[in-house]
Design a protein around this ligand. Structure first.
Ligand SMILES: [Zn+2]
Length: 273
């Protein structure tokens, strides 16, 4: 039997396609060549917006450790997975993770993952410790050479220091090393500020906020020049009440749900069109 005869036979027999049972008439297009000059289906106007979620720390870098023994790297990973799950259920949105398990990633590698995936937004999740044990609540950071205050500067220094743990690993790709030298472009900066504002204002309706919750500092992980980037401190493990909230899976789901809601609004806004 020649190839054409096999194809005719295939067209005549119902078979199971990806979407289930395909009838003969429907199957024909599978073997018909596309007519030259025929109508081509236009591409979708807008592909889903991709949020790259970055669970802070991991592997040999535990991040902050709460008085109750909670590791920041575990809180951030669980929150990130929950947020990804919720974003993927939202129409028009998709989500990726810079790490899906407990392993160490350099800050530059986190940026690499987001750039390679062509993410529309980079969101780094943290739950650090604060010098003042009374400090609690959510806050969000954008990149700035000059920190908004001494506390933000200290926090960024501590986060950036974690990279020294990676000196024994492969070096960051040269292209990213160059990029890290650059300041973010104007558009990226404007979109990052809009994202920080949207997240803080929106989440603040349901979650406790830190004083002056919109902050900035020189975080290496926020230096992708072409991807709006925000670092969210969901709370502080140095505060007992925040730790109690962050170690509770139901509370983490709630926080992820609130963040997903605000990200959906944000990514539908003209800034991210
Ligand atoms: Zn952290």
């Amino acid at each position: 039997m020649d190839r054409r005869a096999i194809l005719r036979l295939a067209v005549g027999i119902p078979f199971l396609g990806v979407g289930g049972l395909v009838r003969p008439g429907q199957a024909e297009h599978l073997v018909k060549p596309v007519a030259a000059g025929g109508a081509v289906r236009p591409p979708a106007l807008r592909s889903p917006r991709l949020v790259m979620i970055d669970p802070g720390h991991g592997g040999k870098d535990p991040g902050a450790i709460g008085a109750g023994g909670t590791y920041e790297k575990d809180v951030t990973l669980d929150l990130a997975k929950e947020l990804a799950l919720q974003l993927r259920k939202t129409q028009g949105l998709s989500a990726g993770l810079t790490r899906e398990d407990d392993h160490f990633l350099e800050l530059g590698e986190r940026v690499d993952v987001a750039r390679e995936a062509k993410a529309d937004l980079f969101l780094s999740l943290h739950a650090d410790s604060a010098p003042n044990a009374n400090a609690r609540g959510l806050s969000a950071y954008t990149l700035s050479e000059k920190a908004s205050d001494a506390f933000s500067q200290a926090l960024a220094d501590k986060e950036n220091y974690a990279d020294r743990l990676g000196l024994d690993l492969k070096h960051t790709k040269p292209v990213v090393a160059d990029i890290l030298m650059d300041l973010a472009t104007r558009h990226t900066q404007a979109a990052s500020l809009a994202a920080r504002q949207g997240i803080v204002r929106g989440a603040g309706r349901d979650l406790r906020l830190l004083e002056n919750p919109m902050r900035s500092a020189n975080f290496v992980v926020l230096k992708a020049p072409d991807i709006p980037s925000v670092l969210v401190e969901t709370g502080f493990l140095s505060n007992r009440q925040d730790e109690a909230v962050l170690r509770d899976p139901a509370q983490r789901r709630r926080i992820a749900g609130i963040l997903a809601r605000e990200l959906a609004t944000l990514l539908a806004s003209p800034t991210f069109a």
